[in-house]
Design a protein around this ligand. Sequence first.
Ligand SMILES: Cc1ncc(COP(=O)(O)O)c(C=O)c1O
Ligand SMILES: N[C@@H](CCCC[NH3+])C(=O)O
Length: 421
Amino acid sequence: MDKVLKISGVPVTQLATQYGTPLYVYDENKLVEQCQSYKQNFVHPGFTTEILYASKAFSCVGMLQLIKEQGLCADVVSIGELATALEAGLDPDRIYFHGNNKTLEEINFAIEHGVYRFFVDNVQEAETLKKCIEKTNKKLLVMLRINPCIEAHTHEFIQTANIDSKFGISIYSIDEIKTLIRSLQTHEQIVFEGLHAHIGSQIFEKEAFVKEVQTMFSFISDLERDGFYCPKLDLGGGFAIHYTDQDRPIPIESICKTILDTCAQEQINKKTHVKTILIEPGRSIAGEAGSTLYTIGFSKQTPHKHYLFVDGGMSDNIRPCLYQAQYDADVATQMDSEKSRKVCIAGKCCESGDVLIPEMKLQPFSQGDLLIIYSTGAYGFSMFNNYNRNLRPAVVFVKDGKSRLIVRRESLEDLLKGDIR
Ligand SMILES: Cc1ncc(COP(=O)(O)O)c(C=O)c1O
Ligand SMILES: N[C@@H](CCCC[NH3+])C(=O)O
């Protein structure tokens, strides 16, 4: 094995010298592979299908350009994600606007820019959308977000469908839902297209998705019986990825087949008339393709720990602090050594909880070696925070021995330019 790790043929030492650390590095071939895997497998003779990349997982112009080139749509949840998708050249027809509290500014911005696909999250949003669209001569295509009240086995902070979830309208509020659909259907500038559900993120069990499909088809069948037609059903994202060797995610091929076969079976069982099935993968497209490179700084021994400090931390990856998320790592410049040294990998933020990996065995290292943490491609860069005024790292894509800058490192000038003197 080589001493220095290469990512898609590029030595990490070269990346660190050229772009600095910390650095978010994406293997572009892997991103394309994930997109193509969804494109090839999320197909079924009984339905038309659509794949919406959940851009919250990793959004920047370069990534959305890749999404466009791969023929996927994008879901956005804010004016920033929306503007990023537009800037990347995504056709407004392929942008879907999500969010439980879209502001007037965001709604009007979307409409002005030709984005007309909205997921309605609650009753007040429906009323606001009507008022906004009535000021124009345009139309909106809307789907209603339902909370299917299915508790998926994942960290409670990333469950989205428990009974008290802030997202969507509870499936038990059937009368409220019918009234809402009727009011959308009878509006001249609104086309009601169907329902949406999303049960959470980093979900490993196929059964949770099967239950989601069954629940939604039962619900649609009840609605159809009362004359409410729901041609589209969006089942959200949430497909787990591999972070450590404990993780056994469902392969994309298998989860696509399970979902679509279950949809087809339910369509027969429940005698429904759903035409289009949509999904919204985020993490499973961006997660495993991305890694973070750090430079190892100081280290120290305490009675119970050997700390290794890196030049980033909870500002570039908040997930360990928020969800006790686990990761795997290597000393990327000592790959030919045994992982024999037990360490606690901590960041440089002024917070005792700023620990990226609480305990793992690593190759022996010295100050100046590079550390790589794997599978940081989703919800790393996108959840970056400026705590301690740390500067946002650069993002690079690597492919077949070449690298290219996707987002440049934040400079001190960028950092200070918004401050009024
Ligand atoms: C509505 C919706 N769609 C899609 C996603 C993407 O989820 P994931 O990144 O787990 O695929 C999320 C995040 O959980 C979400 O809230
Ligand atoms: N940010 C979460 C996932 C967000 C899910 C969005 N509804 C994570 O890192 O796991």
